[in-house]
Design a protein around this ligand. Sequence first.
Ligand SMILES: *[C@@H]1O[C@H](CO)[C@@H](O)[C@H](O)[C@H]1NC(C)=O
Ligand SMILES: *[C@@H]1O[C@H](CO)[C@@H](O)[C@H](O)[C@H]1NC(C)=O
Ligand SMILES: *[C@@H]1O[C@H](CO)[C@@H](O)[C@H](O)[C@H]1NC(C)=O
Length: 288
Amino acid sequence: MADQRVTWYVATLSAIIISVAAGIGSKGGLILTKLIIPQWADLRSSVTLYCQFDTGGDSLYSVKWYKDDHEFFRYTPGLSPQTLVFDLDGVNVDESKSSASEVTLYPLTRTSNGNYKCEVSTDAPNFPTVVEDANMSVIAFPDDGPRIEGLRPLYSVGEFLEANCTAKMTFPLAQVTWFINNLEVDSYLLERYTPEISEGPFYNSTLGLRFPLKKEWVDMNKKLMYVKCIAKVAGAEPKTDETSVRLRLIPDQTLSQERHILNAGTAINNHCAIILIISAVYYYEVYN
Ligand SMILES: *[C@@H]1O[C@H](CO)[C@@H](O)[C@H](O)[C@H]1NC(C)=O
Ligand SMILES: *[C@@H]1O[C@H](CO)[C@@H](O)[C@H](O)[C@H]1NC(C)=O
Ligand SMILES: *[C@@H]1O[C@H](CO)[C@@H](O)[C@H](O)[C@H]1NC(C)=O
């Protein structure tokens, strides 16, 4: 028994020593600290992908970038030229903005969609390598939008409010929603228009707002109603446009409305008081 244990210790110890001597243990020195690849990239902008690493004191051998497993950029500080760009459909590298830890793509196309991978190696024995990947989807945010149109700055109670919110030239189709005082507007107050489709395809989507203005929707202290439109393209951060409309109050209307609100507030209290009095009288009559 004891003999076996000793043999086991010796074997383990030799394995560790051999590993360290072979440089396998030094792989722990190189780490990929951060890979930043946006999940959604705007077709009309450039995108910069970041691959940050720590060589743990070893010298960098290469940084290689792949899209769907095809290499498109290589940075090797020890070789000349230091950077190499490989032709790949949908991948246009801006070499002036690409280096050891970042690569900028411009212009983007729909085929820029895909899986991006960064691979870093040091020239320590056995060229230890770290790899990480992420997916990126190309979308088109609203071109200069969304935009709220047709809204006047001033309305009276009962006046018809009509406005459109339009998200132009998006890909895919934008989901447009209206909010009043930060509450989503019910669909019966909306007017849906068929999306326009331009070549690409790109979509123009318009959602209308149509309703007679009610004072319940106005902040009566500020005489304002806050209106916001949100356009969401795929899963990306939504874009918004917002404004506020003022309520014009005829002096008479102001008074009657404020009284109305006050009455509504005190009505319940009055009822309670009356019920209490009736109960008290009843109690007195019955039990005395
Ligand atoms: C990327 O997308 C592919 C296919 O949709 C999926 O199988 C893979 O898990 C995704 N990779 C990452 C890192 O999200
Ligand atoms: C809203 O858009 C529709 C369709 O484009 C148009 O017919 C309507 O006049 C617009 N309404 C306003 C208030 O701009
Ligand atoms: C969508 O809007 C853009 C920008 O206003 C316009 O140029 C284009 O013609 C519109 N598309 C269609 C199909 O009407």
